[in-house]
Design a protein around this ligand. Structure first.
Ligand code: ADP
Ligand code: MG
Ligand code: MG
Length: 877
């Protein structure tokens, strides 16, 4: 089986086999672009390697050797030859882009002999030994697992000795000495000498890249980006080109458009006389690409032309690595550039206008999970007084948090419920858990393409980087800026859009819709058939929902209206009433309150349906906690100063709460069960709804109430309650007005039995709304409150379940119930309206399922509406 593919034989469509990097190197080679020749070891080879217990087969070794021979011929150099050595890079390349997550080794093929050859050949000793020490550093770190700082320390000492600041100012003699130090370090740490045999170097490096697929940071990255573990990585072996050979050399990264605003401007950074990751590592602060135009005008023109060519070819913004060796340009990588949500939208809209993409392609391309960050908040400028420093605006958005200086503390504090900002001199892939835990990231070094910037943009987190005015002293847990000192735990605010670091916790304002988002949403609306409703419990939320494009309210939870401080006492009086009369009295006080809530909702949603769910939770949720009461009761019993009246009151309350206490309230007296046993509660709510409707109709508002009965499991439950709704509606509205109020009655399908008996239930229902939170809970038999954070996390970690089913709809199980109920219901009643209103309504995969199942709508929280509109369109495409 062929497990090695030369660049000239591959192409971009072979991503699964060659990895993204390999496939694109092949594609660029085919397009005639200047790519150093090389070959790719396939992902299949990687999987085979894992399968036999992390061992490279003889067959693969032979294939590699053969490809290498071919490469030697192409280059006119020989691997391991003392006079004319071929040097290669060994680069990881996964199928889905995972920038910086896995390992790459450069300058492989150098040893004590070949380094002399290289020096003689290039007439540049300093350069040759610089390459050699870099190889030892990368090899020591990636292959032998020696922590980077051991090498850094030795390097630092050398520079101090030579009295230089920059790596490129170290002398050839300096490098030679360092190489001896590195050799000792490697021997001391591993008990083995640095391998002089170049084929052994190669074999070990390939193995290490394969294994890096399973390193911790790669695993975490895959998990948060939902990349399957089974993909494996390809390995690219590529002949080296050198950006570190002197002042007519350099290396850099360009984006064909600005990745943080989306503007169609050439964007990037480079360093003269540097190699590989020098630019992204943030060791030296790089120059903006515009400077290349004056420094190397010809190279700049070539680079610009190649970039445009690639962008057209891939129909997307590209992120390109290049190196200049003695005034000759080479391209080392291209990929679709990471960008934040706003840039993604702008680029997609622009590409449609430029005629490169269709609207469908543009909509399809939007990463819906990234839309979240667009709908995030910005800083309230009025409040900004104290700007500590300004860095590069690497990833927009505002973040407020307490300052921490290392990733572990960030993770720890965030687990303890704090919001944190991670500040580092620069971040490395080892810091990723800290970045995940933080609201935003600040670095004092590194450019717009530094690790921190790339990772933060990918996660949609605000980031300010290269903020050289601040100096972080890790040991003291302090940050200095001029004469100012900021301590760990101090509050700061980052503005990733302007690069400002602001002292204190600034108030933030709500998100705004950009023009590009509005255009994209309009296109999505033209495409999609699935409607998007909102879950909204009050008029303010309804208003926001409508602004964001809601086509109705899919779930208004009436109990949320009961929790305000003025209402709760009345609700409690209603619950605690000893007789019906007292209960009715309390209810009559609640009625106008509910009525005004509903009026507000109807007015905001004028002309659109409003689905109101009658009271759902168990009553004790409105009462004081049982244990607290028992404590207070005991206290009062032994408190001599307490009056008899007080004691009697608390005893009464305690008895009531005890009486209402349930062993398993989620399965107890709640939902329609409550409404049937205490009809006066639902009666009041229904009356409030129709009185509100009546008032609104008088004011010319078009009302479309949809009354939803929760937790129905048997058709008779709905039958009784539907009769109640119809009765009250007619009582309140009278025959005439009823005609102006085309209301619906339906049920939530959230008990498995309801789904199974949909055929019976539909007789009394105008709509079914799948309450997928409860339906998931009851189908799996998982108590949500007990599952999340406990066994469920374990299950997902162990890959026993593909996802948390409370986040991503379990289409296989719960989905079957939905499908069954929709089909059974429609068979009896073709006009039946169907939708879902659980948390899943805002999840992309779940929305896809809803579309495929033929539901009429999904209902989600207001801020997820734009996301749902796009996802619904994507589902159609
Ligand atoms: P990553 O996936 O982390 O970007 P890469 O494989 O792209 O890792 O390589 C890391 C760095 O080394 C990049 O800057 C790349 O351009 C550089 N590099 C890789 N191969 C070569 C090569 N053959 N010649 C010169 N530089 C190279
Ligand atoms: Mg790398
Ligand atoms: Mg790269």
């Amino acid at each position: 089986q062929k497990q090695v593919v030369p660049f000239q034989e591959g192409n971009a469509s072979m991503k699964a086999l060659l990895g993204g990097k390999g496939a694109n190197l092949a594609e660029m080679t085919r397009a005639g672009l200047p790519v150093p020749p090389g070959f790719t070891i396939t992902t299949e080879a990687c999987l085979a390697f894992f399968k036999v217990g992390n061992r490279i087969s003889e067959d693969l070794l032979e294939q590699i050797a053969a490809a290498l021979k071919q490469l030697e011929k192409q280059k006119g150099q020989t691997f391991g030859d003392a006079n004319n050595p071929l040097l290669v890079s060994v680069r990881s390349g996964s199928v889905s882009s995972m920038p910086g997550m896995m390992d790459t080794i450069l300058n492989l093929g150098l040893n004590d002999l070949t380094v002399q050859g290289l020096a003689a050949l290039t007439n540049n000793e300093k350069f040759a030994y610089d390459c050699y020490r870099r190889l030892m550093q990368m090899f020591g770190n990636v292959v032998l697992g020696i922590e980077g700082y051991h090498f850094e320390q030795l390097l630092h000492r050398l520079k101090e000795k030579e009295g230089v600041v920059q790596d490129q100012d170290v002398t050839a003699e300096g490098w030679k000495g360092l190489i001896e130090d590195y050799k000792k370090c490697i021997l001391a740490k591993t008990g083995l000498a640095f391998p002089q045999h170049v084929y052994e170097q190669l074999r070990l490096a390939v193995e290490a890249v394969f294994k890096s697929w399973n390193n911790q940071r790669a695993q975490i990255y895959r998990k948060i980006n939902r990349i399957p573990d089974e993909q494996g990585t390809a390995v690219n072996i590529q002949s080296m080109v050198f950006g570190n050979m002197g002042s007519s050399c350099g290396t850099g990264v360009v984006f064909t458009r600005n990745p943080s605003t989306g503007e169609n401007t050439f964007f990037g950074e480079y360093l003269i006389n540097a190699q590989g990751e020098d630019v992204v590592a943030g060791i030296r602060t790089p120059l903006a690409i515009a400077a290349l135009k004056s420094e190397m005008p010809l190279i700049y023109e070539q680079l610009f032309a190649a970039s445009k060519q690639l962008e057209k070819h891939y129909k997307d913004m590209q992120d390109i690595e290049f190196t200049v060796e003695n005034n000759k340009l080479y391209l080392l990588q291209t990929r679709n550039g990471k960008r934040n949500a706003q840039a993604a939208l702008k680029i997609a809209v622009d590409l449609v206008h430029e005629g490169l993409l269709t609207k469908e392609e543009a909509v399809e391309r939007i990463e819906v999970s990234h839309l979240d960050q667009l709908l995030h908040r910005g800083i309230d400028e009025e409040a900004v007084k104290d700007v500590l420093a300004k860095g590069l605006p690497a990833s927009p958005g505002a973040a407020v948090g307490q300052l921490v200086f290392d990733a572990d503390t960030a993770a720890e504090w965030s687990r303890a419920g704090k919001t944190v900002i991670l500040a580092r001199n620069e971040t490395t892939p080892e810091d990723i858990h800290g970045v995940i835990a933080s609201e935003g990231v600040l670095t004092s070094r590194g450019g717009m393409t530094s690790h921190a910037a790339v990772v933060a943009r990918g996660m949609g987190k605000p980031c300010v980087c290269g903020c050289e005015e601040v100096r972080i002293v890790l040991d003291e847990k302090r940050m200095f800026a001029g004469s100012r000192v900021v301590e760990e735990g101090d509050w700061i605010t980052l503005d990733g859009a302007s690069g400002r670091v602001i002292i204190g916790a600034m108030p933030l304002h709500e998100a705004r819709m950009t023009d590009e988002l509005l255009i994209m949403l309009k296109w999505a609306d033209d495409i999609r058939t699935l409607k998007v409703y909102a879950n909204a419990d009050n008029p303010e939320d309804a208003k926001i929902a409508r602004q964001l494009g809601a086509q109705g309210i899919g779930l208004c939870r009436t109990e949320h209206m009961f929790f305000s401080p003025t209402r709760l006492p009345v609700v409690q009086r209603m619950i605690l009433a000893d007789n019906k009369e007292d209960r009715l009295q309390a209810l009559s006080q609640l009625l106008p309150m509910q009525q005004s809530d509903f009026e507000g909702m109807f007015e905001e949603m004028d002309g659109l349906p409003v689905t109101i769910r009658l009271l759902d939770p168990p009553l004790h949720e409105f009462l004081p906690n049982l244990e607290d009461l028992q404590k207070r009761h005991t206290e009062l019993t032994y408190n001599k100063d307490a009056s008899d009246l007080e004691r009697e009151e608390i005893a009464h309350l305690l008895r009531k709460v005890q009486a209402l206490h349930e062993a398993n309230p989620m399965l107890g007296q709640r939902g329609c069960r409550l409404g049937i046993v205490y009809p006066e509660i639902y009666d009041m709510q229904i009356e409030a709804i129709f009185r509100a409707a009546s008032g609104c109709i008088d004011r010319g508002v078009r009302v479309l109430p949809e009354i939803m009965i929760p937790l129905v499991g048997h058709a008779n439950e709905l039958k009784i309650l539907r009769e109640l709704v119809d009765f009250v509606a007619e009582q309140v509205l009278g025959k005439d007005k009823l005609r102006d109020c085309p209301y619906k009655v339906g049920t939530m399908i959230e008990v498995p039995r309801a789904a199974l008996t949909a055929r019976q239930i539909v007789a009394y229902a105008d709509f079914f709304s799948f309450g997928t939170n409860d339906l998931t809970q009851m189908t799996y038999g998982y108590s949500r409150d007990d599952a999340e954070g406990k066994f469920l996390t374990h299950y997902v970690d162990q890959k026993l379940l593909p996802h948390n089913p409370f986040q991503v709809l379990d289409t296989e199980g719960v989905g079957q119930l939905i499908d069954l109920a929709v089909n059974a219901g429609r068979l009896v009643k073709p006009s039946l309206k169907t939708g879902i209103c659980g948390e899943h309504g805002g999840d992309k995969e779940s929305i896809f399922f809803c579309h495929l199942t033929g539901l009429d709508y999904v209902s989600c929280s207001p801020y997820r509406i734009p996301l749902a509109r796009i996802a619904a369109a994507q589902a159609f495409i």
